[in-house]
Design a protein. Structure first.
Lengths: 552, 177
């Protein structure tokens, strides 16, 4: 027979009472639908989210001004009760559906065609790398062909994973509704981005490419305007223009794509791009002609590499920015204007006569003459002598005073070669002349603005002016380390061009000179006894170029 | 024993082959370079001490064909067939003018002359810069339609060797006409 133990029974009573109270409390809480206590990481994320995106009453979606991004944080919020937490790309991710209370729906509209909002799901993504938190809204819009009347397939696609045959578009937004970019999928493969068209005309366009002469007349560009459309309980509320994408089509068929899914919109709205602003190169004065005229851009944007883990590409947290407009190049004055101005000093009647006189000297020795202005305010020259140094090279006799004149230039004779490095560096050598140095900054500036060296040969007159004193000064330091070596290297190079390229002496030396000094000097040349100067330079391929100015 | 003999024979043959004179041959010319001369690769040419300041130019200065023997470097152009480069007096004027700078800086080493070697002519230029001697030669065929130009660059201490080398090269030039 079983024996009743009173002591044990008494001890069991509190246990039953506690159990009873617990059941009652739990039942009451369940009945009041109070949210369950969130795990610590989720609680922290919620606190952060609500502080960054506080809900303000009276700022509902419908009350917000049109033309700006709708602040979605005032309309929807994460469903904190259904989080999925995982790590991806080194970040802790909390993925949550949109709180169903808002009965929120969104999809896109392509031109005038709205996609079925039933094929769309939106998720909140809260990400942190342990230091910084970010929140995004991911909207996944599936193609009807992919859904194929089975809406449950929508649940197969989230930030973390997608079906191997998923076809559709994913769009990223900030919680305030700013569009961050999107990606397109076809049969589970990421698609190349559509070409951005910066024209903000919101009507669909078909632009015939056949405005240029050389383009096949069957190629057209078809542009698509993208809108995000918002719904409440399946009822249209408003839409918002996102961007425009364009593709080339051949005979009405999209080239290389096909199918129903259009290319995804680029990450940034028209006229903007991801990343910090980029200062475009300035607009040069002389623009190289572009064949074909109205050609369409073919800036194909390749698809991003697939994430590799079966999930969607991450949102671009970068800021979209607008580049500053292109400005005309400030440091590229019209070379013809420069020549015209310089000729006022080096192509006067006095210069022409003096050049001829130097050239007419007998023998093969170098003859030359300083070209000294009578004053800095006049454009007349002193009658300086024509001198020679015998079989040695001619040496200028620089002066900078009112008695002997102001040597802004010189002329000397060569047999066949054009100017040498020594002729160029003599211009900067004079800057150390004591008379010029003591004459003051304005005099030095006058010299820099007007200095020239003319070299005459039987066929050609060359005049060198300085276009960039800073560069030339740097080169002068090198030259002074080894003048013999510098000149020897120049002569060797000219000899090489003469032998290898069968250039005449003038062309060979001009080419070697401009390879060294292009960007630092201007090299003008004219037929002997003429002032019809042309500009000589060298192009990026190392070929000598000649520019003839309208007013020679 | 037989194997040893074969090895010795092969080694001797190899040594003789390596020491043999080097023939420089193009479709227009053939000349003999002395024993011990070897051809330089582009990398070896680039590594030669040159003028640092010349880097401003798009391409370094080098000949299409470059050889070295001891410390002496030989550079050869392709044979010139054009009239401009076959006018030796004109070439002399160009070079004389181009090297006037040497005198300007007190260097009187520059010499140039057009010499006759039998029925052929050669423009010979020599000068010294920084203890390095240079011979430039422009050797022309009898009918003055072809010329072989080149350079011999040598340490000043090797002047005698360089002069002998110049003579050897000039005497061996055979144009293929």
């Amino acid at each position: 027979m079983m024996k009743f133990n009173f002591k044990k029974s008494i001890l069991k009573i509190p246990f039953f009472l506690i159990l009873l109270f617990s059941i009652i409390i739990y039942s009451c809480r369940k009945g009041n639908k109070e949210p369950a206590r969130l795990p610590a990481p989720l609680n922290d994320a919620k606190s952060w989210y609500e502080s960054v995106y506080p809900a303000n009453s009276g700022n509902s979606l419908q009350n917000q001004a049109a033309g700006k991004s709708r602040d979605l944080s005032q309309w929807i919020k994460p469903d904190w009760q259904h989080p999925v937490m995982y790590n991806r790309y080194g970040q802790s991710v909390i993925e949550m559906p949109v709180d169903p209370e808002a009965k929120f729906g969104s999809s896109y509209q392509l031109n005038k065609k709205r996609c079925n909002p039933a094929y769309s799901r939106s998720y909140y993504l809260l990400m942190t790398d342990g230091k910084k938190r970010e929140a995004y809204i991911l909207t996944i819009i599936a193609d009807s062909a992919y859904i194929n009347n089975d809406l449950s397939k929508l649940d197969h696609n989230t930030y973390r994973k997608h079906d191997p045959d998923f076809s559709g578009t994913i769009l990223y937004f900030t919680p305030r509704g700013s569009y961050l970019g999107g990606y397109g999928y076809r049969n589970g493969q990421l698609m190349a981005s559509g070409t951005e068209d910066t024209d903000t005309n919101k009507t669909p366009r078909v632009q015939n490419v056949n405005t240029g002469r050389l383009i096949a007349n069957t190629v057209k560009q078809v542009c698509t305007d993208w809108y995000v459309v918002y719904y409440v309980d399946g009822v249209y509320q408003c839409d918002e223009y996102l961007t425009t994408t364009c593709v080339n089509v051949d005979d009405g068929n999209p080239s290389g794509s096909g199918g129903n899914t259009p290319p995804p919109p680029p990450p940034c709205p028209p006229g903007m791009h991801v990343g910090p602003p980029v200062t475009p190169p300035c607009i040069p004065l002389a623009v190289e002609s572009v064949e074909g005229g109205n050609r369409l851009k073919t800036n194909y944007v390749p698809p991003p590499p697939p994430p590799g883990d079966g999930g969607m590409p991450p949102p671009t947290a970068q800021v979209c920015s607008v580049d500053p407009p292109r400005q005309p190049c400030p440091s590229a004055p019209d070379p013809c204007e420069l020549l015209k101005k310089a000729k006022q000093k080096f192509a006067t009647a006095f210069n022409t006569q003096r050049n001829a006189d130097v050239l007419a000297k007998p023998g093969t020795n170098e003859y030359g003459s300083n070209l000294n202005l009578t004053s800095l305010s006049a454009n007349t020259y002193m009658n300086t002598p024509i001198t020679t140094n015998g079989t040695n090279s001619w040496m200028p006799n620089f002066t900078w005073n009112s008695t002997n004149g102001f040597s802004i230039g010189s002329v000397h004779r060569h047999q066949s070669a054009g100017p040498s490095p020594n002729d160029v560096f003599s211009l900067i050598d004079h800057l150390s002349n004591p008379d010029l140095v003591t004459s003051g900054a304005s005099s030095i500036k006058f010299y820099r603005d007007n200095a020239y060296a003319t070299i005459v040969s039987n066929t050609t007159t060359y005049t060198v002016t300085v276009s960039n004193w800073a560069i030339l000064s740097q080169m002068f330091l090198d030259y002074n380390q080894d003048r013999n070596g510098y000149e020897e290297a120049f002569q060797n190079k000219a000899t090489e061009y003469k032998n290898k390229m069968n250039l005449d002496e003038a062309s060979a030396t001009n080419k070697a000179l401009m390879e060294i000094f292009s960007g630092a000097i201007n090299l003008y040349k004219s037929p002997s006894n003429s002032t019809n100067y042309v500009i000589t330079d060298i192009d990026k391929n190392g070929k000598l170029t000649i520019t003839t100015c309208p007013d020679k | 024993m037989k194997k040893l003999l074969v090895i010795i024979l092969l080694s001797t043959t190899g040594t003789i082959t390596c020491k043999a004179q080097l023939i420089h041959r193009t479709e227009d010319v053939k000349l003999t370079l002395p024993n011990g001369t070897y051809k330089l690769t582009k990398q070896q040419v680039d590594a030669l001490s040159g003028i640092k300041l010349f880097n401003k130019l798009n391409q370094p200065y080098y000949f299409p064909y470059n050889y070295k023997i001891g410390d002496i470097v030989i550079g050869l152009f392709n044979v010139n067939k054009d009239s401009m480069n076959n006018d030796l007096p004109r070439e002399k004027r160009f070079q004389d003018e181009g090297y006037l700078f040497l005198k300007k800086y007190g260097n009187n080493s520059y010499k140039s002359e057009i010499k006759s070697l039998g029925k052929k002519q050669v423009l010979l230029i020599s000068y010294t810069v920084h203890d390095t001697g240079y011979y430039h030669f422009f050797y022309q065929n009898e009918s003055k339609t072809l010329s072989q130009a080149g350079e011999i660059k040598y340490p000043k201490t090797d002047e005698e060797k360089a002069t002998a080398l110049l003579n050897e090269i000039l005497n061996s030039i055979r144009f293929i006409e």
